[in-house]
Design a protein around this ligand. Structure first.
Ligand code: CAP
Ligand code: MG
Length: 433
């Protein structure tokens, strides 16, 4: 029996949160019934009628299924929920509602949260980025060009002194930022505090020798209290960026870090996101995760690189860039993106990373724009000549892009870039090669 939530064609109002899902109903279940069960489970209902639900409450808080259309082997639905159903400022409550029990229900075989539109009340309950693109650029005194950086490789294995020495080599040879890898935290062979001190000392030297500002993206990921302690250490030691693995630390940890108001850049790594985002028929889209990241307030976010080693089509990556940088988004049917007014929340730097090398940077910047941080791990430390040469090649590529000079031409007078083009060409790495 249906509950009366299906109201196709009716218009949601400005106090409704809208969630869009792709779903495949289980055998013998109609799409209308499946949608109602999902909507009920996310809001005021359960699997059967309940005596405790008063008609007035039902009327005020009932969800509206206003869109339902076949797509491929399943259906797309849009459901409007009165925003009273959500605790303002709480990502856990929001996600438990619209991305919680629904994923395990027998009425659907597949379910994917494509996107959601937050109302003004819900957006305004969050701080958003403290620094955003403008703040990061101001810190570096780089007003327009794309930024370039590296992830120290090997990911784990270097001790504190070795780490700091490689970082110095990269900064002094032209990179804007040096980043810890996602699985480098505080190890027996590389202690957080010692690494921080040694690397910041190296950064100071590189800054005074080059006259350029530099960033050390220091991974503070840990249990929440320890994460905060490490972030405070970054601040106290004169550092400028904290990195957090947002999926493994969790949304509340991210919010705790943001709410600490440390005026440090928050760089969001998304290790593990693909466990929930990669299957296009099930899970949660990266678009939805990017939305939560901007809402809570990261300043830079990994969104994919298009021309690298990680999955993510150009259209998907560009939709993410739009999501984190536009002041207001229109509906994009092709990408399953809904409208979103960000009500003044600052835009976020897009981080292109994963399998990049200097030869692909023109394509990356052409696609993703100037407000991108290009990060090269293997593409810096794998260059013949070492990390210093790899850093020079990367900065030369960025300079060539900025001057609108084709890489091949610029390489005629820039030996490291020439070596990079010789070693890797201008195409992304191919799986299996
Ligand atoms: C890149 C990287 C990043 C990925 C994450 C790595 O190193 O450090 O973590 O970019 O993926 O560990 O793979 P390489 P995404 O440059 O050596 O590939 O940016 O898609 O979240
Ligand atoms: Mg990494």
């Amino acid at each position: 029996m249906l509950m009366g939530f299906v109201r196709l064609g009716c218009k949601p109002n400005e106090n409704d949160l809208i969630a869009e899902y792709y779903f495949e109903p289980a055998r013998g279940v109609t799409p209308e019934y499946a949608c109602e069960q999902l909507a009920a489970e996310s809001s005021i209902g359960t699997w059967t009628a309940i005596a405790t639900l008063k008609p007035a409450t039902a009327k005020r808080l009932a969800p509206k299924i206003f869109y339902l259309k076949r797509k491929g082997t399943g259906f797309v639905t849009r459901i409007a929920y009165p925003d009273e159903l959500f605790e303002a400022g709480s990502v856990p409550q929001l996600m438990s509602a619209i991305a919680g029990n629904v994923f395990g229900m027998k009425v659907v075989n597949q379910l994917r949260l494509n996107d959601f539109t937050l109302t003004k009340t819900l957006v305004k309950a969050f701080k958003g980025p403290q620094l955003g693109i403008a703040g990061v650029r101001k810190m570096l005194r780089v007003p327009r060009r794309p930024l370039c950086g590296t992830i120290i490789k090997p990911k784990v294995g270097l001790n504190e002194r070795e780490h700091a020495a490689v970082a110095y080599d990269c900064w002094v040879n032209g990179l804007d930022l040096v980043k810890d890898d996602e699985n480098l935290t505080s190890m027996r062979f590389n202690d957080f505090e010692n690494r921080l001190a040694a690397t910041l000392e190296a950064m100071d030297r590189a800054q005074s020798e080059t006259g350029e500002r530099k960033l050390y993206v220091c991974n503070v990921s840990a249990e929440t209290n320890e994460m905060l302690r490490r972030a405070q250490l970054v601040k106290d030691n004169g550092g400028n960026v904290t990195m957090i693995d947002i999926l493994t630390c969790g949304w509340s940890a991210l919010q705790t870090l943001r709410d600490a108001n440390l005026r440090l850049v928050i760089h969001a790594h998304r290790a593990g996101h693909a466990a929930v985002t990669r299957n296009p028929r099930h899970g949660i889209s990266m678009l939805a995760l990017a939305k939560l990241s901007r809402l809570i307030g990261v300043d830079s976010l990994h969104v994919g690189a298009i021309y690298g080693k990680m999955e993510g089509s150009a259209n998907e990556v560009l939709a993410l860039v739009k999501e984190i940088q536009s002041p207001r988004l229109a509906k994009d049917e092709a990408q399953g993106a809904l409208e979103q007014n960000w009500f003044g929340l600052a835009p976020v730097f897009a981080v292109a990373s994963g399998g990049l090398h200097p030869g692909v940077l023109p394509q990356v910047v052409r696609a993703m724009g100037n407000d991108v941080i290009a990060q090269l791990g293997g593409g810096v430390h794998g260059l013949k000549g070492g990390s210093g040469a790899g850093s020079r090649a990367t900065r030369q590529a960025i300079d060539a892009i900025t001057k609108c000079i084709p890489l091949k031409e610029y390489a005629e007078t820039h030996a490291e870039l020439a070596q990079a083009l010789k070693q890797w060409g201008t195409k992304p790495p191919k799986p299996g090669e």
